[in-house]
Design a protein around this ligand. Structure first.
Ligand code: ATP
Length: 333
C-alpha cells in the first residue's frame, strides 16, 4: 500500500520562558553588548506559536498580554519566520498566531521564545528540516536569548549569552514569579548597570562554583543561596518597589529570590507546590505583586506540539505532541 504525503497546513511549536539562575555581567564589548556568564533555566510557562500558509505575511497575538506586543513586521516571531524564509529560499508567506502566556517585557525572554517557536514551526511547515546547528545560528542572529529558547533545560551561556553549554544538573525546582504592572526595558537596565559601576574595573565574568555545586547536588536550599544577578542593583535602582517584593517573598518562606534577567519580574525558589501556593497568596494578599505565576523547571526547549493538514482550529490533525515537557508546569494563580 503506498502512502501519500499530505502537505502541512498548520504547525504549532510550544516554547518556554526562562529564568537566569545566575547572571554575571562583564565589561562592555566593542559591539555594544556585554560579556556575560549566565546560567539559564527553562520554566513551565509557555507561548504556543502556530504558522499556516497565507496570502500575505500577518500575525495575531492572543491572550492577556496581546496589547503589549507589536502585531507587525517588528514582532520577533515575524522576523524569525522571514529570516528562515530568506535563508531557505522560501517564497510562501505565513500567518503567525501566538497564544501568549509568557509575561511581556518581564525579563523572561518571551519575545525570544516566540522567535524560537516561529523558527521551529516554519522549519516544519516548509519542510526545510534545518540541522540543529543551522537553526541555532539563525536563532543567535535574532537575539542573545533565542538559542536558549530552542535548547531549554538548564544551560550555561557565555559570549553575549548565546554560546550555550548544557548543565547536567539534578533536581526539579518550583518557582513563584511575582509580576509587575510596569515593564522594564532591557537596554535601559544594562545602561543603568553601567552607570552604577565604573566599567574599567569590571572583571571578565565566570560562573560561580557555588552555582555549579548546587545544580549538581539538586539541593534547592543550596540553589536558593547561590542565585545571583548583576543586573539586580540596576533593576532595583530603576524600580525601587522591587525591594519590597523581594523582602516579602523571603519573609514568606522562599529559599531564594532574584530579579529575573533584566526584571521587573522577581523569581522565588520554594520547596514544593504547597509552598508555592502559600507564597503566591502572600505576595498577592500583601499587595506587592499585582499578579503571580507558578512554574516548575527545568523543562525542555521549543518543540512541535501539532502538525496538522487542516487550518488552525479545524479537525484533521495528522500529528500530535512530539515531545513531553516532563511534569506539567504549575498553573498561574
Ligand atoms: P529579554 O529577552 O530582553 O529578557 P523580556 O523578556 O524582558 O526581554 P520580552 O517579553 O521579550 O521582554 O519583550 C520585550 C519587547 O520586545 C516588548 O516590549 C515588545 O515590544 C517587543 N516584542 C517584539 N516581539 C515580541 C514578542 N513576540 N513577544 C513579546 N514582545 C515582543
Amino acid at each position: 500500500m503506498s502512502s501519500v504525503a499530505v502537505p502541512l497546513q498548520c504547525v504549532t511549536a510550544r516554547v518556554p520562558a526562562k529564568v537566569n539562575l545566575e547572571l554575571m555581567v562583564g565589561p562592555l564589548r566593542p559591539d555594544g553588548f556585554h560579556h556575560l556568564a549566565t546560567v539559564f533555566q527553562a520554566v513551565g510557562l509557555h507561548d504556543d506559536v502556530s504558522v499556516e500558509p497565507a496570502e500575505e505575511w500577518g500575525i495575531t497575538i492572543n491572550g492577556p498580554y496581546a496589547h503589549l506586543v507589536p502585531a507587525d513586521g517588528s514582532n520577533l516571531a515575524m522576523r524569525a519566520a522571514r529570516l528562515l524564509a530568506g535563508e531557505a529560499g522560501i517564497d510562501v508567506p505565513v500567518h503567525i498566531t501566538i497564544d501568549k502566556d509568557i509575561p511581556v517585557a518581564a525579563g523572561m525572554a518571551g519575545g525570544s521564545a516566540d522567535a524560537a517557536g516561529a523558527l521551529l514551526a516554519c522549519d516544519g511547515l516548509w519542510g526545510v528540516w534545518s540541522s540543529k546547528t543551522a537553526l541555532e545560528e539563525l536563532a543567535a542572529q535574532l537575539g542573545s536569548d533565542v538559542p536558549f529558547a530552542l535548547l531549554g533545560g538548564t544551560a550555561m551561556g557565555s559570549g553575549r549569552g548565546d554560546q550555550l553549554a548544557p548543565v547536567l544538573g539534578r533536581g526539579r525546582y518550583t518557582w513563584v514569579f511575582a509580576l509587575s504592572d510596569v515593564g522594564l526595558s532591557t537596554p535601559e537596565v544594562y545602561a543603568e548597570c553601567d552607570r552604577l559601576r565604573p566599567s574599567r574595573r569590571v572583571p571578565e565574568p565566570t560562573p560561580s562554583a557555588a552555582m555549579m555545586t548546587a545544580l549538581r547536588s539538586g539541593d534547592a536550599v543550596s540553589l536558593g543561596r547561590a542565585l545571583s544577578n548583576d543586573l539586580q542593583p540596576a533593576a532595583l535602582s530603576l524600580q525601587p518597589r522591587l525591594e519590597e517584593v523581594l523582602r516579602t517573598g523571603m519573609d514568606n518562606g522562599a529559599l531564594g529570590g532574584i530579579v529575573s534577567g533584566s526584571g521587573p519580574t522577581v523569581a522565588f525558589l520554594v520547596d514544593d507546590t504547597e509552598r508555592s501556593l502559600d507564597l503566591a497568596v502572600a505576595l498577592t494578599a500583601s499587595g506587592v505583586a499585582p499578579a503571580v505565576k507558578r512554574a516548575v523547571g527545568p523543562v525542555r526547549g521549543a518543540r512541535i506540539i501539532t502538525a496538522a493538514s487542516g487550518p488552525r482550529g479545524s479537525f484533521g490533525s495528522t500529528g500530535h505532541e512530539t515531545g513531553h515537557a516532563g511534569p506539567a508546569g504549575l498553573r498561574s494563580s
